[in-house]
Design a protein around this ligand. Structure first.
Ligand code: PXP
Length: 254
């Protein structure tokens, strides 16, 4: 029996649609409640420096009403640290952030900023947040994340998902091997392994089948599918695919 796999639903892009018109509709909180009902084990929200989607008020409200844990994604800045220390969410995921990017393009360069990040995450850990670091499937970054005292790493699955979507089979397979080997390596160091970015129904299962991966964080695709089939069935179907992939039968076939 492998370790159960949690699903974190990222609701950022409900806020993206809301902000396209200003006002309050559609409400990310309503989406979070539907996600809880549909079997999400956690809600993920990224408060960006430019507040392009999730707002400070969204975080206040999520902290008040969620019954599942909030995974608060943030850049390693003083402003975000203050907000996290005020709310003390269950988990904090440190991500790189560039103003001009459309989404979180790469993993954090932990190895280059080890000292600063070690000091940055210490107070978050002290107040009880589980600190996760969003990184590429790269041994140097994993070792650095371990050294700075992170308890969790989230492996960036974007390169694997892009190669899959574009039919670049060799790249896809290379990226997948990196995810598999690096999830094993991180697990062997005692880190909890999560994964996410760009996952869809078509490419989620091989990642879900990796026995060391304990949580997937999925957003954009689910909010997109919600347009066509509704959020509840979109999440339930993702959950179903993940559960199938986690089963012994699927794993022995890959
Ligand atoms: N995990 C992290 C750390 C992210 O930054 C994001 C995107 O905000 C996701 C997961 C979800 O990615 P996507 O929206 O492509 O599913």
């Amino acid at each position: 029996m492998s370790i159960p796999l949690r699903l974190g639903v990222n609701i950022d892009h409900v806020a993206t649609v809301r902000n396209a018109r200003g006002g309050e509709y559609p409400d990310p909180l309503r989406a979070a409640k539907i996600a809880e009902e549909a079997g999400a084990n956690g809600i993920t929200a990224h408060l960006r420096e430019d507040r392009r989607h999730i707002s400070d008020c969204d975080i206040d409200r999520l902290m008040e009403v969620l019954t599942v844990p909030l995974n608060f994604e943030m850049a390693a800045t003083q402003e975000m640290q203050d907000i996290a220390l005020r709310h003390k969410p269950h988990a904090v995921c440190i991500v790189p952030e560039k103003r001009e990017e459309k989404t979180t393009e790469g993993g954090l360069e932990v190895a280059r900023e080890e000292n600063r990040l070690a000091h940055f995450i210490a107070p978050l850990r002290d107040v009880g947040c589980r600190v996760s670091i969003f990184i590429a499937a790269d041994k140097r970054q994993i070792e650095a994340a371990h050294r700075i005292g992170a308890e969790v790493i989230e492996l960036h699955t974007g390169a694997y998902c892009d190669a899959h979507a574009e039919g670049r089979i060799e790249d896809r397979d290379r990226e997948y091997v990196a995810l598999r080997e690096m999830s094993q390596f991180a697990h062997s160091l005692g880190l909890e392994v999560h994964a996410g970015h760009g996952l869809t129904y078509d490419c989620v299962q091989p990642v879900a089948a990796l026995p060391e991966v304990m949580e997937l964080n999925i957003g954009h695709f689910l909010i997109g599918e919600a347009i066509f089939m509704g959020l509840d069935p979109a999440i339930r179907h993702m959950r179903e695919l993940m559960d199938i992939a986690r089963g012994a039968e699927y794993r022995s076939a890959i």
